[in-house]
Design a protein around this ligand. Structure first.
Ligand code: A2P
Length: 338
């Protein structure tokens, strides 16, 4: 059987990766539709090396004959159009944060909690987690199974592509402009992003944390275990693609570096690259285009009873967004849900 798939937000940073990954992974498509705003109607986007798709307008797009819709056009667009697509019988896999914390919407990383998919028919909507959450829970899951994670302290180093195409353009233009003596004019980001780092992703909440930091906490709990405490500091860095995280984990039970190494090395979707003395650790530019979540610099944290520290890197447009969404679709097919 093959499926009619629509990508909503097909002209964007994540949407174009969704098309690319559908193609690369050989997802069994019959028709593929590229959908975006009225501004892009008639534009062409690539589906693989040979096929060009003409962009269609989301307003008026008919989801009736679509089996799967991958949404990545922002929360407001998902709020308005995803329920409409779902009501037409189409399964929506939504990359925005809009539905993630709704109890009857599964929030899924297929290697970590595929069982959560079970209830998806309640709404016909499945949420793709936040990019920073996905790569962290991928590294935590095999360790949680071994020794139960109690608390996580994480600092992120997040690339600009997480904020979309305009954000990538802003980093490029500001960087070029600074060499020409131009004064940076922040528009997408709250402050200058070129040659700088910004400790604000999304808006501030009443407790002083940002919404991105809140997302890492509540999403990790929903996906992995409601008992886990997470405190995050999320930072935007002048990198185009690839998120990095310094993750410090406290466990309920004893766990050695050697046990953690083995469990990570065996876990599907994680690649342990960890011989720092030989220069073997992964940085964001080295993970671009890759599917894996890379773990490096795994070591003991001697300041707590059962503690480990590690460095986790992934392509935020791929495993952090488009790849995870396509893997959810693949899981639905493999498990016979579609
Ligand atoms: P468009 O290019 O037509 O504006 P990014 O995350 O890279 O910023 O991309 C956002 C994606 O969401 C783009 O594909 C964009 O399409 C799409 N989008 C934004 N607003 C709308 C809208 N009102 N209707 C449909 N798609 C939208």
């Amino acid at each position: 059987m093959s499926y009619n798939v629509a990508v909503v937000g097909a002209t964007g940073a994540v949407g174009s990766e969704m098309l690319q990954i559908l193609y690369e992974t050989g997802f069994p498509v019959d028709e593929v539709h590229a959908v975006a705003s009225g501004r892009s109607v008639g534009r062409e986007v690539a589906f693989g090396d040979e096929v060009r798709l003409t962009v269609q307008d989301l307003d008026g797009f008919d989801f009736e004959d679509i089996h799967i819709a991958l949404f990545s056009a922002g929360g407001e667009i998902s709020a308005k159009y995803a329920p409409r697509a779902a009501a037409a019988g189409c399964v929506v896999i939504d990359n925005s944060s809009h539905f993630r914390m709704e109890p009857d919407v599964p929030l899924v990383v297929p290697e970590v909690n595929p069982e959560a998919l079970e209830g998806f028919r309640a709404r016909n909507i499945i949420a793709n987690p936040n990019c920073s959450t996905i790569q962290m829970v991928m590294a935590l899951k095999p360790l949680h199974d071994l020794a139960r994670v109690r608390r996580v302290v994480v600092a992120t180093y997040q690339s600009v592509s997480g904020a979309g195409q305009r954000a990538m353009d802003e980093l490029f233009d500001q960087t070029k402009g600074i060499y020409m003596n131009e004064k940076p004019q922040p528009e997408v980001f709250p402050k200058q992003i070129a040659f700088n780092v910004i400790p604000q992703i999304d808006r501030f909440l009443e407790d002083g944390a940002t919404r991105e930091e809140w997302k890492m906490r509540v999403e990790t709990r929903k996906i992995l275990d409601e008992g886990i405490e997470v405190v995050a500091s999320c930072v935007r860095v002048p990198v185009f693609v690839g998120h990095a995280e310094a993750v410090h984990v406290e466990f309920e039970e004893p766990i050695t570096v050697e046990q953690a190494r083995e469990a990570l090395a065996e876990f599907d979707g994680v690649l342990l690259v960890d011989r720092p003395e030989a220069g073997e650790y992964v940085t964001p530019v080295e993970c671009v285009g890759e599917y894996a979540v890379f773990v490096s610099r795994l070591r003991e944290d001697p300041t707590v009873p059962h503690g480990l520290a590690m460095w986790v890197v992934a392509d935020n447009l791929r495993k952090g967004a488009a790849l995870n969404a396509v893997q959810i679709a693949q899981t639905l097919v493999e498990e016979g849900y579609l």
